[in-house]
Ligand binder design. Structure first.
Ligand SMILES: NC(=O)c1ccc[n+]([C@@H]2O[C@H](COP(=O)([O-])OP(=O)(O)OC[C@H]3O[C@@H](n4cnc5c(N)ncnc54)[C@H](OP(=O)(O)O)[C@@H]3O)[C@@H](O)[C@H]2O)c1
Length: 318
């Protein structure tokens, strides 16, 4: 049994604990918070037996075999290093770190010490991506890819009220690109590899980070546009256009309903069977990685995605 310690007590940690409960061979043994009372009430809520105040106490506990890090983005790199140095496997929330260089350093550190390091990129382990991959040949030569993840955050209201809030705070690595943009970017890289070039427009908000943006990526023979937003909603699906047909995708981060329309033919609906909790796949992958599965390609996909994020973040806010 792999005993996982959770770092961070926000709603995503709750969701993670629910996913762990659905996977054989893993359990949550402890919850760490900067505050003891918060750790206790969170542990009670999810039925975890132990708590810790801070990461150091969690890593020193004798009932923690791996950690799930769900703190603000800017805290990830140091927390990864701390856990890796303690020889404890890490599943770290997306974006794993703030730059590709930081990721390369974290991976090198983990490899040197023989410790598992995985990004909790749920899209990477979502069955929907595998279904899209299988359908791609039916589209013929791909010419256009349009991926999007645009969802207004309730926390944007804080920004509008003149308050800073973590997810939009550049000092904590907050940004709509880093928060939601990474999902369509990851899917793009997973399905089509790294683009030749990429350009971005990032729209700034009062908290001095991007609230939404678009990227245009050049591939050999086709173009990809990627849209992200945490300040508006969309009614549009993602789409892949090929010379022999198009594929509409309800949600690129967790595809559940695909519509394949062959050129001149009838639309076909493809329903993806998947666990209700989209974090189950990453929990399974962590368990398998600790059992010895090769995660070099997982780490490479994170690296390529973060290099794209680096490039896109270089675009000035408009
Ligand atoms: N996979 C997904 O679908 C998904 C969804 C949402 C978020 N995320 C990712 O999960 C991570 C956390 O996001 P979030 O919105 O939950 O963040 P958050 O609410 O700002 O912080 C998460 C937790 O980290 C701790 N924390 C807060 N500020 C901190 C600071 N300055 N230094 C160290 N720890 C701090 C808090 O726990 P304590 O106060 O108890 O220590 C808090 O509960 C991010 O990387 C985000 O991208 C993933």
């Amino acid at each position: 049994m792999i005993r996982i310690g959770i770092v961070g007590t926000s709603s995503i940690s709750h969701r993670f604990a629910e996913a762990v409960a659905q996977v054989e061979g893993v359990l949550v043994s402890r919850v760490a918070s900067r505050d003891g009372g918060r750790a206790r009430s969170f542990a009670e809520a999810i039925g975890a037996p132990g708590t810790a105040i801070g990461l150091a106490e969690l890593l020193a506990a004798d009932d923690v075999d791996a950690v799930y890090v769900a703190s603000p983005n800017s805290a990830h790199a140091a927390q990864i290093a701390q856990a890796v140095d303690a020889g404890i496997p890490v599943l770290v929330e997306k974006p794993a770190v703030l730059s590709a260089a930081d990721w390369d350093a974290a991976v090198a550190r983990a490899r040197d010490r023989g410790v598992v390091l995985l990004e909790a990129m749920r899209t990477a382990y979502d069955p929907g991506l595998a279904v899209i991959e299988a359908v791609l040949p039916r589209l013929g030569t791909v010419r256009r890819v349009s991926f999007r993840y645009e969802k207004r955050s309730a926390r944007y209201d804080h920004v509008l009220a003149g308050e800073q809030t973590n997810i939009f705070d550049p000092a904590l690595g907050g940004s709509a690109l880093r928060d939601l943009g990474v999902y369509p970017l990851h899917a793009l890289v997973r399905l089509f590899g790294a683009p030749r070039t990429v350009q971005a427009v990032r729209v700034g908000i009062a908290s001095a980070t991007d609230g939404l943006g678009s990227a245009l990526a050049a591939y050999d023979g086709f173009v990809a546009d990627v849209a992200w937003s945490k300040i508006t909603d969309t009614a549009l699906p993602s789409e892949i256009q090929g010379e022999e047909g198009s594929l509409s995708i309800d949600a690129i981060d967790a595809p559940r309903r695909l519509v394949l329309t062959p050129r001149g033919g009838e639309a076909e609906v493809i329903v993806v069977e998947a666990p209700a909790n989209p974090m189950v796949g990453e929990v399974v992958r962590l368990r398998d990685a600790i059992a010895g599965a090769d995660i070099a390609s997982d780490q490479h996909l994170t690296a390529v995605t973060l290099r794209l994020v680096d490039d896109l973040l270089a675009a000035p806010l408009v």
